[in-house]
Every structure is written in structure tokens, then in C-alpha cells.
Design a protein. Structure first.
Length: 327
């Protein structure tokens, strides 16, 4: 979608060393040569796809660059933090660009930037804008952001899921878990680790695999969950596998891609869970009550039932995974 804007901003292609902060693994980046372009991308699936295309990809910015393009995330505080990071890694006389969709708040961020810097070469196209910040050195120091404390003893930051407080769906799932849990468990979509910490308080658990696609969230999970039984995986939960099956999967799957609801995400998590479990293994999951997951559970498990929840959430459990048993 933003390829049309990139063509306007970089008609002859980007020059010099270039950094892109945030990129979809499948998007058109023909304006940037892989041999001179680095990309910061914290989502595991986008990171892997971009790396396969020949780009230099990392989870955090290092060094200085002649040109930096910041892709605007939805969260305002996270957008400010990305701009602050870009300003810190810009070479002398370097050029800093900002790109985003109107639905992700580009207009509001541009208005804020005008309070301390001019903007040049503003292009509107494909329901978004791209603009060059005239004075990146004027980016306010407090845009770097600060950590949040979503629960006592836990830390997170803007941009990760539920950074301000414990997600109520996760709280409902934790409350519905049985007292004793299986020995080998995977949490798909572990975030910054609150639910994992609750799982580890139950008797029976020998190993807990925390699987999270967001590198930043997983870094916080490592800090928040220091139990030696925890094993951390930066990976896309939808295709995560282990050498040996486990006997428990616990998850609060996402159901949004950007601003759009996408039940297919949770359905993919269910398929992944069935491939991780032994035949006698059990899945526990929580979902918003309106999401149509029962048919997917029926496809991949011989038994499932609702065991908790309220008018907002449903807590479901399933066992006898069909995918694992058919292998």
C-alpha cells in the first residue's frame, strides 16, 4: 500500500546507507537496495521474510545512517519511541522520513512534530502520508518513552500488547486453569510473561516454553519470568514446532491484524496447538465470546468444551488432538 508513497519520496531510490524501522515482510521495498539497507523489525515472521529477501535485519538499531524511514505503528507512544530511536541513529546531515496510514494516526503525529520542527516533501497517497522531518535533533527527549508497570513486579513498554495492565482475557484464563497442570507446557503468544508466571505457580509443571513473535515483548518476558523452568522462543506461534510433543498448550491468541479483526489468527493458533500436543495432551485457551473458534477446535480435536468465562470471554479446553494422532 505504501509503495506508491515511497515512489514519490524516493523517485530514484534511496541514497547512502539506509535504515527502515518497521517493515512488512511481503511489501514492495524496491526503492531500497538490500546491499545498503538495514531493517529493524521485531516481529519474527516479518523479520524472517525480510532476511530471506537479502536485507540486513535486526531487532534493534545499531550504527548511524544517511537515510532513515520510520513506519508508524498504531500506538502513539510507540510511534514517538520509534522516531526518537531514528533521530539517535541518524548520521550528521542525514534525512529522517516518517510514513504511516491515516488510520494509524499519521495526521496527529505530523501535527505534534510541527510543534518543534518543520516538515518537507509531504506526500499524500493510498490513504496515508510520508514526510521528511526538517530538524530531527529537535525530537523531544521524552519521546524515547518509559517503561510501564502493568502488574506488580512486571515491566513492559508502549507498543507491546496490554502494556498498561493485565489483559482481562488472560486473567480469566488463569482463573479457569486446574490446580495441577501437565509437566511440559507451551504458551503460544506469551507476551511480556504475566500468564506464564501464573502457570509456573501451579504444581506439576517441569518445563514451560514461552513462544512470542514480538522480540520486544519477549525481552520483557525474559526479565519478568526468571524461573529456570522457562524456555524462551522468538518465533511465529502459527508455525512453531518442537522436536518432541508436549502435554499442555495454553494460549490467549490475538485476533487483530492492525485495526482489522481477523479470526484466522486464532484459528492458526489452534492448528499449531494440535500439532504440538500428544494424543492425550490438552489445550486451554481464552477468546472473546463472539469469535467463531468452535468449528476449528472440532476440526483439530476430538473433544472440546467451554469451562469458564463471562459475557465478554469464553475459556475453552480441548484434547485428543487429531493432527498429532494422525502423524
Amino acid at each position: 500500500m505504501r509503495a506508491a508513497r515511497l515512489e514519490l519520496a524516493f523517485p530514484g531510490g534511496a541514497t547512502g546507507s539506509t535504515l527502515i524501522i518497521g517493515a512488512d515482510g511481503a511489501e514492495d521495498l524496491s526503492a531500497f537496495g538490500p546491499d545498503r539497507t538495514s531493517i529493524v523489525e521485531s516481529q519474527a515472521h516479518h523479520h524472517a521474510a525480510l532476511k530471506a529477501r537479502g536485507f540486513q535485519v535486526s531487532a534493534a538499531a545499531e550504527g548511524s545512517f544517511d537515510t532513515i524511514l520510520v513506519t508508524l505503528p498504531r500506538a502513539r507512544a510507540a510511534a514517538r519511541a520509534r522516531i526518537s530511536t531514528a533521530a539517535q541513529h541518524l548520521a550528521a546531515n542525514g534525512v529522517l522520513w516518517l510514513d504511516g496510514q491515516k488510520t494509524d494516526g499519521i495526521e496527529a503525529i505530523i501535527k505534534e512534530i510541527r510543534g518543534f520542527s518543520g516538515l518537507s516533501e509531504i506526500h499524500s497517497k493510498a490513504h496515508g502520508k510520508i514526510a521528511r522531518i526538517d530538524d530531527p535533533s529537535a525530537v523531544p527527549a521524552d519521546w524515547a518513552g518509559s517503561e510501564t508497570s502493568p502488574a506488580p513486579g512486571f515491566s513492559a513498554c508502549a507498543g507491546v500488547f496490554s502494556a498498561e495492565s493485565v489483559d482481562p482475557g488472560s486473567a480469566a484464563l488463569a482463573a479457569a486453569l486446574p490446580e495441577r497442570l501437565p509437566t511440559r507446557i507451551v504458551e503460544l503468544g506469551a507476551g511480556w510473561g504475566w500468564l506464564s508466571a501464573q502457570i509456573l505457580q501451579h504444581p506439576g509443571v517441569d518445563t514451560l516454553h514461552l513462544v512470542e513473535a514480538d522480540h520486544t515483548a519477549l525481552d520483557y518476558a525474559r526479565r519478568n519470568v526468571t524461573d529456570t523452568r522457562a524456555v524462551f522462543h522468538w518465533a511465529d506461534a502459527r508455525n512453531f514446532r518442537l522436536p518432541d510433543p508436549v502435554n499442555g498448550v495454553i494460549m490467549n491468541p490475538p485476533f487483530h491484524q492492525g485495526r482489522d479483526a481477523d479470526p484466522g489468527l486464532g484459528q492458526a493458533f489452534i492448528r499449531a496447538a494440535s500439532g504440538l500436543l500428544t494424543g492425550a495432551g490438552r489445550l486451554w485457551m481464552v477468546a472473546n465470546r463472539h469469535l467463531p473458534y468452535e468449528n476449528e477446535l472440532d476440526r483439530h480435536f476430538a473433544e472440546f468444551e467451554e469451562i469458564g468465562g463471562d459475557n465478554r470471554f469464553k475459556v475453552l479446553t480441548a484434547t485428543r488432538a487429531r493432527q498429532r494422532r494422525s502423524q
